[in-house]
Structures are given as C-alpha cells and as structure tokens.
Design a protein around this ligand. Structure first.
Ligand code: SF4
Ligand code: SF4
Length: 208
C-alpha cells in the first residue's frame, strides 16, 4: 500500500458495509494481513495493490482507492488466494463484488475498458476474436501504436488470424448478456413497487 496518511474523510463506512454484505466478503474484518493471498497470486506484480492490500483497504473503507485500482480487473479469478487464506476470506469473490460497484460508479479504468471491449466482441460474435479484440481496444489507447510492429510480425507468422470466427446464431447469447446487463432495482424502488402492489390489492378488495 502506498505510504500515505489516510485521512478520515477518505474512509467510507457505507461502501465498506456494502462490500462486507457481498457473498464471500463477510470474513474480511478477520484478515490478519499474513500475506498468503498476495504470495499465492500469480499476477500480483501487475496489480497496483495486492489482494492483501485490497482487503485492508476494504477494512478501512477506502472507496476511491479501491474502485480506481487496477487490481480488480487484473485478477484472473484463479482462486489461489481464496483456497489458501487461513481466515476463510475469499479475495476472488471480493474482486467480483467490486466490479459491478466500480461500473455503477462510472469508474474509468483502462483495465475495465479492456473487459468491456472483450464482452462486446463476445456478445456480437459469440467468440473471442483476437484480431477484433486488439483492434477495438487499440482504438481508444494511443499507446498501443507502439505494438503495431509486433502485431504485424504476429500476422506474418500466422499467429494472429484476421478471419473472424462467428457463431451462427448469437440471439440466445445476446439474451444472456441482456440479463447480465440489467441494472438491479434500487432498494427504495423495490419498496415502492411492493407498496403500490399492496395499494392496488386493497383497492381491488383482493381476498387474502
Ligand atoms: S490470506 Fe487471508 S488473512 Fe492472510 S492477508 Fe490474505 S485475506 Fe488476509
Ligand atoms: S483469484 Fe485473483 S487475486 Fe486471487 S490469487 Fe488468483 S489472480 Fe490473484
């Protein structure tokens, strides 16, 4: 974790409690910072905060630092950390719980963007075309221009096929994506729906 003073105003207990209610995150307050999760993680060197640090940041309620970190998008969901944690904490599930929160908060993160492009390609074609994925992602990342010689070398050696493999019928896949993209009803809206339904029942003299 960066060695900076943590200001009390950067701590968000509402965010902390929201995360702790997510499946697999209930035991986060028991983390003893042993670091087994970080030591087991095959991609921690690519993360700006290791799983151990992220767990600590959740304990402290550091919402902005957590949601803007690349850690949640770099995680490969390999479960090494979750199966080894001596306290039964599931950092893998923590990463999955944080993604929808980050998306709902409109976090702009280039790793999150990669996930979005990937889903988009799969949704439209039913397959993950490497060529489409790289070209679409590169459009929004000027730094990718440096990778052009490498890409051309791959193409010349037949390692990056330009043909796009597509599923015959992607309509069912589209329906699955639509279900996943449907925003959850806010608790207050759900309450309003229940109240309205009850009022209609009462007006109509529904039998109990
Ligand atoms: S392995 Fe478990 S207890 Fe140890 S630092 Fe990671 S989350 Fe905390
Ligand atoms: S599940 Fe994610 S955080 Fe845990 S060890 Fe694997 S890559 Fe690292």
């Amino acid at each position: 974790m960066k060695k900076e003073t943590i200001l009390s105003e950067s701590r968000d207990p509402v965010f902390r409690n929201l995360v702790l209610k997510s499946p697999g995150c209930e035991k986060i307050p028991t983390c003893m910072q042993c670091g087994i999760c970080a030591g087991s993680c095959p991609v921690s060197h690519e993360m700006d905060y290791t799983p151990r640090e992220l767990v600590r940041m959740i304990q402290l309620g550091l919402k902005q630092e957590v949601l803007n970190s690349n850690t949640i998008w770099i995680c490969t969901t390999c479960f090494s950390c979750s199966v080894r944690c001596p306290r039964g904490i599931r950092p893998t599930e923590l990463m999955e719980a944080l993604k929808p929160i980050a998306i709902a908060e409109g976090v702009k993160n280039k790793n999150a963007r990669f996930d979005g492009v990937f889903s988009d390609v799969v949704k439209k074609n039913g397959r993950a075309s490497e060529f489409l994925l790289i070209s679409k992602y590169s459009l929004g990342e000027p730094e990718m221009i440096k990778q052009v010689p490498f890409g051309l070398a791959l193409i010349s050696k037949g390692k990056l096929p330009l043909s796009i493999d597509k599923m015959e019928n992607t309509s069912e896949l589209g329906a699955i994506f639509n279900m996943g993209e449907k925003k959850p009803e806010k608790p207050e809206e759900k309450q309003k729906t229940v109240t309205t339904t009850k009022a209609v029942d009462n007006e109509g003299g529904a039998e109990k």
